[in-house]
Write a protein of this length. Structure first.
Length: 467
């Protein structure tokens, strides 16, 4: 027994409906492009405690049932007659369940700690032969912990949570899922119909309006050539005070916290860079569309919006409310059609241009709680001030494997009672001092405007100007 455990693989047979070939769905095309550009797997991966009383045989049975139920899990990438990628769904096969059995004299925590390391490793690894990988940690005869990794071509984050309901785990475990939700192969076929092609055509008209006036990049060309060997730097900013201030600002402006966060992040960027209007990419889940809420698929796609940052913070919040609605409605489209539009605009403009700023609200579990607080909590100035000393900024180092398309990518992470920002930026374009000013500026803007209308954005007098 090595390191207190043994490992084995159990072949689990499966069979189910939906076999056939179809084009890639629009969401699959979008994530494939992201994988190609960044070099990341974009796997959804995590570790989960299992209900008491389960055995490895029980987990194997659930895995076989899961594979049989969902054609998306039996999908492999293929090539159609014209050489384009397509999805091929098989009707039956086998998948390995990986079993790690821990010595009886070890504490259960050894199995848990191992699983918590394993899910992170699997998140970074390509998946083969299936776009799902599962391991179970066994201790004293019981299945105690599960690692599940799902390729993003199969499902986005919510889709993965929906899959987990069939295993009896995850935060949606008690939610009833539509048993008649469309399969990914059928969704891809629907996306070839005239009705859905019109939706994509309408989105392209919006995208053209947003992209035509772009400069070559959002923050200018690389100006720090000495950093080209280590271009991408990663950091985190965590602020309980910003969370309270965002809740208060959302309550005062009668806006949701997602739009408020977009407004204050954009304003902070504008204060440091002097850029206004700011055009940024946003990631949109298309699950709000009729019939798509429970689909096991990758349904998130990029959209784009432009915010004028002049005037007051309240002005920007109001603009964010309007512009995000427009952006969300135009985030369902054929990525091949967008590539054609970009090529045409680049030719007409006389130079290539791209949006290299991205802001993403990744909250799922904690967002309802934040919105409930914005509807009813009584946040005070004293509470915000008292939380300010708890703010944390940390730099986590270079990401040398990264080929990031963005010069600045700020995501709002799914953490309770704080604004938790993950930041990735291009050090050939921005300095760590500038990005620190942006991150701390998110807190500053939110706190300044939490209880006061008329707070100026101060974008026209930036402390640091990029370029």
């Amino acid at each position: 027994m090595d390191e207190g455990f043994t490992s084995e693989r159990i072949a689990v047979p499966f069979s189910g409906p939906g076999a056939g070939t179809a084009p890639l769905a629009w969401g699959q095309k979008a994530i494939m492009k992201d994988m190609r550009v960044t070099g990341w797997t974009h796997n959804n991966s995590g570790a989960h405690p299992l209900p008491d009383g389960l055995t490895v045989a029980d987990v194997a049975e659930r895995l076989g049932r899961l594979m049989g139920k969902h054609p998306a899990l039996r999908m492999r990438l293929g090539t159609d007659d014209e050489g384009r990628p397509c999805q091929e769904v098989v009707g039956s096969g086998e998948i390995d369940l990986e079993v790690f059995t821990f010595a009886d004299d070890l504490d259960r925590s050894a199995a848990v700690d191992f699983g918590n390391r394993l899910w992170f490793d699997w998140m970074m690894e390509p998946l083969s032969p299936w776009l799902l990988r599962m391991a179970v940690m066994q201790h004293r005869g019981a299945a105690v912990y599960l690692v599940l990794t799902v390729g993003h071509l199969v499902a986005d984050g919510v889709g993965t949570l929906l899959l987990m309901t069939d295993l009896g785990i995850g935060e949606l475990a008690d939610q009833e899922v539509d048993p008649n939700a469309v399969w990914t192969v059928d969704l891809a076929r629907r996306e070839q119909t005239p009705a859905l092609r019109r939706i994509s055509d309408r989105a392209m008209r919006y995208w053209e309006e947003q992209l035509r006036p772009l400069p070559p990049t959002t923050f200018g060309e690389p100006k720090h050539p000495g950093r080209l060997g280590h271009r991408y730097w990663h950091g985190r900013f965590i602020s309980p005070a910003a969370h309270l201030a965002v809740v208060a600002l959302a309550q005062r402006t009668r806006t949701d916290t997602s739009r408020v966060l977009l407004a204050v992040i954009a304003t902070a960027i504008g204060r440091v860079t002097g850029i206004t209007p700011l055009t940024t990419s946003v990631i949109v889940s298309n699950r709000f569309r009729p019939g798509l809420s429970d689909v096991i698929a990758s349904l998130s796609q990029d959209s784009v919006l432009t915010l004028d940052l002049d005037g007051t913070v309240d002005d920007v919040v109001g603009r964010a409310r309007r512009e995000t609605t427009r952006a969300w409605m135009q985030a369902y489209y054929d990525p091949d059609q967008l590539d054609e539009l970009i090529a045409r605009l680049d030719a007409e403009r006389g130079y290539p241009a791209e949006v290299t700023c991205r802001i993403s609200d990744r909250r799922f579990s904690t967002r309802p709680r934040a919105e409930a607080a914005a509807r009813g909590a009584a946040v005070t100035r004293e509470a915000v001030r008292a939380a300010l000393p708890e703010t944390l900024l940390s730099w986590d180092g270079y990401l040398d494997h990264t080929r990031a398309p963005d010069q600045l990518f700020i995501s709002v992470e799914d953490r309770p009672d704080v604004v938790h920002l993950q930041c990735l930026f291009d050090m050939a374009v921005l300095t760590s001092e500038e990005v620190e000013a942006v991150l701390r500026g998110v807190e500053e803007v939110a706190v300044e405007a939490a209880f006061e209308a008329g707070v100026p954005t101060r974008v026209d007098v930036p402390g640091v100007v990029v370029g």
